[in-house]
Design a protein around this ligand. Structure first.
Ligand code: 5AD
Ligand code: SF4
Length: 552
């Protein structure tokens, strides 16, 4: 088959970014090439997100563009991957016949086959009757459907999950100097928060075997990766039961003889054959010392034992950064959202975490971040007031604030009318944003004078703008971080830096604070050589969450 060119655009979360990277790796190995411009592509793939309405609207508008594109290129193949495909199923194809491929997030290992079939179908149609090719979908579909939660198919789902992740093409650091990678530890979610589509699109929670995770991280470290972010929808819920036949009388035995440095606490339910989240963090830290920064997202406020906090405290290369969404400060709302904890329990967790991990005196202040939904059905001013109190108390370094949008397929969509007017949602959203801006600002100012290890990611935005090399984050290319501070545009331009000028670089502290600093372009270390390295910097000024520092 002639070599085909793929355009792959990613929407939504980090899990999707990782999926796209894995898909791109597997297609690349089969001989497909990639383009940064959809106009040059034979195959256009959108890896979609259904968590909020906005992300979906963007995809609908892209699909509209593709209808026009097919006029010029009848054999163009268009694929919708990810959560929108899974949730809308065949309805999406009926509404948009421009779509040739639908592939759910748990079925991505099947994409090469679907693609091959679609390309063949389209080119034979196009050579017979281009008009028919324009109108007809190649109808290649792989969706998990409602089968995902049947126990008989859980094992199969686990296998296909493994084949996608195990097939990761680990290539040496690419031209953009990226030395940071995502590694999935858990897929799916069993929590069923009433507003959330994830349990319906990504299916039941499945945990990867710890040895596979460690092997993957070792392979990444061997190529020069020094920062790993572990991914899971409820990442701290990770728990792997090893061959249960080894347990006595089929009963999990309490853990004996295995303690972490200085550990007194141990999850009482963890048998010798269980790898808990704390165990996994500890193993990665001990077995892959080349990883200088280990992070994890997203944490669930429940299931956070002291065993995890102790491991983070005692392992210097595990970051003191925890993204732990509360969603609301009102117990009534938490109940309607089916979150499974009270605000008192949430606050207790925040206090306990600070007690264990907040150590500014050794340059390691704890940084927390959160998510909040405003305007969940029936939310009163009083509920909103409680959320404000929660936000004030939590002192997140940053917080994502979303207006509630009903998602088809969820319990809230079916059973709870979306009764808060958009104008009220907007007011509440803005109020919380303003409060968070002040909190972020004051946290940033507290850092002035402190010294940090900074992991250098690349040119700062300002530097990119100055050079006209700015690439909008979220422009969707593989390798460009969606919410990242530093764009991952090629750094080759640095070679053209005129002598005598300074270059502004950007990096992050272990608490995920962004630090900008200037380096001379003609110093002993070239600017390009800082990227991907750890440097020590003293913070000299702060503005919102942007810290300015100087190398020490
Ligand atoms: N409406 C608004 N925000 C939502 N989120 C998830 N579902 C919805 C929804 N239906 C938010 C939650 C979650 C984040 C990933 O997206 O805050 O933590
Ligand atoms: Fe959605 Fe709740 Fe699961 Fe998070 S924990 S993915 S909000 S259902």
């Amino acid at each position: 088959m002639p070599q085909k060119t793929v355009y792959l655009e990613t929407f939504g979360c980090q899990m999707n970014e990782l999926d796209s990277e894995l898909v791109a790796g597997s297609l690349g190995a089969l001989g497909y090439t990639f383009t940064r411009d959809a106009k040059d592509a034979d195959i256009v793939l959108y890896n979609t997100c259904s968590v909020r309405e906005r992300a979906e609207q963007k995809v609908w508008s892209r699909l509209g563009d593709m209808r026009t594109a097919k006029h010029d290129k009848p054999d163009l193949v268009v694929g919708v991957l990810g959560c929108m495909a899974e949730r809308d199923g065949k309805d999406l194809m009926a509404r948009m016949p421009v779509v040739d491929i639908m592939c759910g997030p748990a079925e991505l290992d099947k994409l090469p086959e679907l693609l091959d079939n679609a390309v063949r179908t389209k080119s034979s149609l196009a050579s017979d009757d281009p008009d028919k090719a324009r109108r007809r979908s190649a109808k290649q579909i792989a969706l998990q459907g409602s089968a995902s939660r049947r126990s008989s198919t859980l094992a199969a789902a686990g296998d296909s999950l493994e084949s996608l992740d195990l097939g990761r093409m680990v290539s040496p650091i690419d031209a953009d100097g990226r030395r940071s990678a995502y590694v999935r530890i858990t897929r799916g979610c069993n929590k069923f928060c009433t507003y959330c589509v994830v349990p319906h699109t990504r299916g039941a929670e499945i945990h990867r075997p710890p040895q596979h995770i460690i092997d993957e991280i070792k392979a990444l470290a061997d190529t020069g990766i020094i920062e790993i972010t572990l991914l899971g929808q409820t990442v701290n819920h990770y728990r792997y039961e090893h061959d249960s036949a080894v347990t006595l009388d089929g009963v999990l035995q309490p853990q004996k003889g295995r303690t972490y440095k200085g550990s007194h606490h141990r999850d009482a339910f963890a048998g010798a054959n269980t790898t808990t989240f704390a165990d996994l963090l500890y193993r990665i830290h001990e077995e892959v010392p080349a990883i200088q920064r280990l992070r994890f997202v997203t944490s669930y406020p429940r299931d956070f034992g002291n065993d995890v906090l102790e491991v983070i405290r005692d392992c210097p290369r595990i970051c003191r950064y925890i993204h732990v969404p509360a969603q609301t400060g009102s117990n009534r709302m938490l109940k309607m959202m089916n979150r499974g904890y009270t605000i008192e329990e949430y606050n207790e967790f925040i206090d306990r975490t600070r007690e264990y991990l907040d150590q500014p005196e050794i340059g390691r202040p704890l940084m927390l971040s959160g998510d909040i939904i405003v305007g969940f059905p029936t939310e009163t001013d009083q509920d909103h007031e409680l959320t404000k109190q929660m936000l004030e108390r939590s002192r997140y370094k940053n917080c994502f604030i979303f207006k509630y949008s009903p998602r088809p397929g969820t319990v809230a969509y079916d059973k709870i009318p979306d009764d808060i007017p958009d104008a009220i949602k907007r007011i509440r959203n803005n109020e919380l944003l303003a409060m968070q801006a002040d909190i972020s600002d004051s946290i940033a100012r507290e850092q002035v004078g402190r010294e940090f290890d900074v992991f250098v990611e690349g040119l700062s935005r300002r530097e990119h703008k100055k050079r006209g090399t700015d690439v909008k984050p979220g422009s969707g290319m593989v390798g460009i971080t969606i919410n990242g501070a530093a764009s991952k545009a090629p750094v080759a331009v640095l070679d053209e830096t005129p002598v005598g000028e300074t270059v502004q670089l950007s990096g992050r502290t272990d608490g995920d604070l962004i630090v900008f600093f200037d380096v001379p372009s003609d110093g002993p270390t070239k600017p390009i050589d800082y990227i991907g390295q750890m440097v020590r910097a003293k913070i000299t000024a702060a503005d919102r969450l942007n810290l300015n520092g100087e190398l020490i």
